[in-house]
Design a protein around this ligand. Structure first.
Ligand code: SF4
Length: 385
């Protein structure tokens, strides 16, 4: 995927020959060569172990993209014909993933590891990856964001390996609408995957849904009714400018206000008291409008309002792309390569400091609401959320 993406990558070029060959083939910007092992952290950065940044935040929530491939072609994410995907040797191997996760939990105090994609279920070694990360001390909470296709046959093995939680991306329970959005007739396989989660003894499933005007925004109440009945926590996510086609348009997205308005036709929403703790979703208690504010609480619904009500000031996320680059923010325009140095013999201290340097430079936020906003080149399918 990085071929032709033209994302500037900060690369310590020790073992310069190999690094140079690699980076020039991938057409990426180069840092001047330095002797191996000497990662200079920015002089203004305090000497702290964690993934701190200049805005007082610390990265304790690690998202690891396992692949950029996906078996769906969602209209707000990928073109119908797909994208030029990464060649397998460019992907992090199970040992490399485990090493990065180990550095994260032992050096940075990372407590949550989430596997994403593309579609992580497309990794044949997914169970082994989860088992290896679950064996780390201290053990992080392990979760996964998936489209659940194929989950029905793997949920038990994933749970047994150490997976704790699952988020499933699902924008409609109407077969026609599902096929229109994903360009695939796979709704029944997704629903079978969701059913298998409970049977596998995993904690209840969170469902992530994107509403689009004229496509599925009239199904918001139906989706919530279905999720409440199934004991799933539904979260509506504002559509973000991370589509590969770069056709996202602020005026055509449904904002948090629009989501609340659509749900309020049937439901009463009241802010949940539980602390948000840096989580992307703002949670609301759900009651039947007809029962009034004292009516029974039916469950919780979440709204992830990245665009209209950003939550960057308490962001705790740090990300690794499938090819082993640190993205300090979902909307970063630069990345820091860790996989090249690792394969070039870097030790843990060097890798950890490269990661620390990358997070120190994390932007204050996505800048989407300012005139100068530029959509990043890397699409969501190659970041993984
Ligand atoms: S946009 Fe960037 S800073 Fe803001 S919440 Fe997302 S990852 Fe964090």
């Amino acid at each position: 995927m990085s071929v032709g993406l033209g994302i500037p990558v900060v690369k310590p070029a020790s073992g310069a020959g190999a690094a140079l060959a690699d980076s020039s083939a991938r057409g990426l910007a180069e840092a001047p060569p330095k002797p191996r092992g000497a990662v200079m952290l920015p002089s203004d950065r305090p000497d702290e172990a964690g993934l701190i940044d200049r805005f007082g935040r610390s990265g304790t929530d690690l998202r690891i993209s396992l692949t950029d491939r996906c078996n769906l072609r969602c209209t707000y994410c990928m073109p119908a014909e797909g994208l030029p995907f990464l060649a397998p040797p460019s992907l992090m191997s199970i040992d490399e993933i485990t090493r990065f996760a180990r550095i994260a939990v032992t050096e940075f105090g990372v407590r949550q590891v989430r596997f994403t994609g593309g579609e992580p279920l497309l990794r044949k070694d997914l169970v082994e990856i989860i088992r290896a990360v679950a064996a780390l001390e201290p053990r992080p909470e392990i979760s996964m964001t998936t489209n659940a296709i194929g989950l029905s046959s793997r949920a038990e093995a994933l749970a047994e390996a150490g997976l704790d939680r699952i988020n499933v991306s699902l924008d409609s329970i109407e077969p026609e609408t599902f096929a229109k959005i994903t360009r695939r007739p796979f709704l029944s396989r997704v629903l079978a995957g969701i059913d298998a989660v409970g049977a596998a003894g995993l904690v209840s499933t969170k469902i992530n849904a994107v509403l689009m005007p004229g496509i599925n925004d009239d199904q918001a109440v139906e989706l919530l009714e279905w999720a409440l009945a199934g004991g799933h926590q539904l979260r509506f996510i504002e559509q973000m400018p991370l589509d590969a086609d770069h056709v996202w348009n602020r005026d055509s997205m449904i904002t948090a206000d629009g989501i609340r308005e659509r749900l309020s036709v049937r439901y009463l929403l009241s802010p949940d008291e539980a602390p948000r703790d840096g989580a992307p979703a703002e949670l609301f208690q759900v009651r039947e409008r007809s029962a009034g504010a004292d009516g029974p609480m039916l469950g919780l619904v979440g709204i992830i309002a990245s665009v209209s009500e950003p939550f960057c000031s308490d962001c705790r996320r740090t990300r690794l792309t499938a090819e082993g680059a640190v993205r300090s923010c979902l909307f970063s325009h630069t990345e820091t390569d860790l996989l090249g140095p690792l394969r070039d013999g870097a030790d843990d201290r060097e890798l950890a400091d490269l990661w620390r340097g990358a997070m120190w430079a994390k932007p204050s936020g996505h800048n989407m609401n300012s005139a100068g906003f530029e959509q990043p080149d890397r699409p969501m399918s190659a970041i993984g959320g």
